[in-house]
Design a protein around this ligand. Sequence first.
Ligand SMILES: N[C@@H](CCC(=O)N[C@@H](CS)C(=O)NCC(=O)O)C(=O)O
Length: 206
Amino acid sequence: MLKFFFNAAPNPMKIALMLEELGLSFEAVPVDTRKGEQFAPEFLAINPNAKVPALCDGETTVFDSNAILLYLAEREQKFFPTVAQAKERGAALSWLMFIASGIGPFSGQSVHFRHAAPEPKEYALNRYDFEAHRHWTVLEKHLAQNTYMLGEHYSIVDMALWGWARMLPYVLGTGDATWVQYPHIKRVLDLVNARPAAQRAEAFKA
Ligand SMILES: N[C@@H](CCC(=O)N[C@@H](CS)C(=O)NCC(=O)O)C(=O)O
């Protein structure tokens, strides 16, 4: 039985969506990061970086959300191009890592400096906001030309995007105007939200 360590934040939600898409049964283990449960020795043995999500699959443990998405996609042979599909796989790996290394960290720091950091924070907020917008604009331009991140095929790259896109008005502090600036992100968000698995993932979070 898979064990899924989670809270309700964007990175674990990507995995909740993937597990629902695959229809896999799993044991859900909530980790209350506000109480510091991520620093418990038992959890550090699973993820030495003390973050959720993490996944145990028998003897195998995987941490970092996009690594878990890829692990599950390869385990189930779904939602990701195969090694034989080299061109598609190259694009898929690039966008998956772009979301892991750019969208996630810059969006996360924007949230921190906008909503939590003490003053003075103007320089840091501007810096992370600028980079967050720059990364989201790269995706927006790509999605202006493509139905999904990998063209016509829904994949784990869209699931990785969905985790953060759901929160974009809050991340950027731009409210409803967010979707005027990022209409194609919104279009894909709506496409994913319409999937029963996304609705089950949101219900799971609740
Ligand atoms: N690169 C990691 C980041 C994970 C991460 O930042 N998780 C947050 C929730 S979205 C967390 O565990 N925060 C608790 C903490 O920082 O102590 C991933 O993609 O899984």
